[in-house]
Design a protein around this ligand. Sequence first.
Ligand SMILES: O=c1ccn([C@@H]2O[C@H](COP(=O)(O)O)[C@@H](O)[C@H]2O)c(=O)[nH]1
Length: 308
Amino acid sequence: MINKLVEKIKKTGAPIVVGLDPMLSYIPQHILDKAYAEYGETLEGAAEAVWQFNKEIVDKTYDLIPAVKPQIAMYEQFGIPGLEAFKKTVDYCKSKDLVIIGDVKRGDIGSTSAAYATGHLGKIKVGSKEYVPFGEDFATVNPYLGSDGVNPFIDVCKEEKKGLFILVKTSNPSSGEFQDRLIDGRPLYELVGEKVAEWGAECMGDEYSYIGAVVGATYPEMGKVLRKIMPKSYILVPGYGAQGGKGKDLVHFFNEDGLGAIVNSSRGIIAAYKQEAYAKFGAENFGDASRAAVEAMIADISGALAAK
Ligand SMILES: O=c1ccn([C@@H]2O[C@H](COP(=O)(O)O)[C@@H](O)[C@H]2O)c(=O)[nH]1
C-alpha cells in the first residue's frame, strides 16, 4: 500500500490528505434537515448527515488527492450508526481509488493490539467465511506500550500489504509534557523515531517503508531532525491549517526527492465554506469550497517545496 500511496502522490503532485472529521456543527443545514426528515433527530439521522456530507466532499475532491484520513472519534460519538457511517465512508473512498488512513490511534497489550489490527487492517474468519471488518489501508498506532503492542500491527501489515503511521511527535500544544522528556540526554520522541526507523527497515516497499510516523506540523524544527532519523519512513503531518501549520513550515519534513511526507488538513478543508476566504461558495456549495481549499493547500505546499 505504501507503493500505491507514493505513486498516487507522484501522479497528483499533491502530498496531502483530506481529513474526514465530520462534526454536526460543520454540516450544512440542508443536509441535516434532509437526514432528520428521513431518520428523525436520532443517532441514525446524525450518521446519515455525516455520510452525505462526506460523500459530497469526496466527490468534489477525489481526483485531486491521493488519500483521505477519517478520524474514527468523529464517528464513534454517534455510536453504532456512527461506526456504520465510518465503514460506508471507507468503502466509498475505496471505490474512488483513494488510499485510506484510519486515524484510530490504537495500541495495547499484544493480544488486544492483534484484535485491533485485524479489525482495521486485516480479515476475520467466522466459521468458514472471511470478512473485512473496516478495511482501511493504513492505521495510526500509539507506540507507548512498547514493541509487543506494535508488532501485531506490523504482522498484519506484512500479511495484508497495509501500513502504519506511528505517533512520534504529536501536534498538540502539550505533546512535550511526555514526548520531549530527556532520557540519557535525548528527547523521548527521538528515541521513538529511531524505533520507527528500525521497525521500518524490515518493512520496505519499493522506495519507502510501510511503517511511517506521525509528526505534527506545529513542530517544524523537530520534524527536520526526525526526517533525518527516519529517512525511509513516510511522515504523516497533521496540524496544517486549523492548528496553524503552513506550507513554509513543512519543507524539512520532505526528503530531497520531494517525497517522504503527506500533510493532513481536516477542518481547513471540510469546513472551508465557513471561512471568509471561501464564503462566496455558500453552504449549498460546501463541496466546491472544499475543492478550492484543497487546490490552495496544494499550491501552498508545492510552492514552498519549489522555493526550498
Ligand atoms: O499529532 C496529531 C495526531 C493526529 N491528529 C489528528 O489530525 C486531525 C487534525 O485535524 P485538523 O482539523 O486539521 O486540525 C485530527 O483528526 C486529529 O485527531 C492531530 O491533529 N495531531
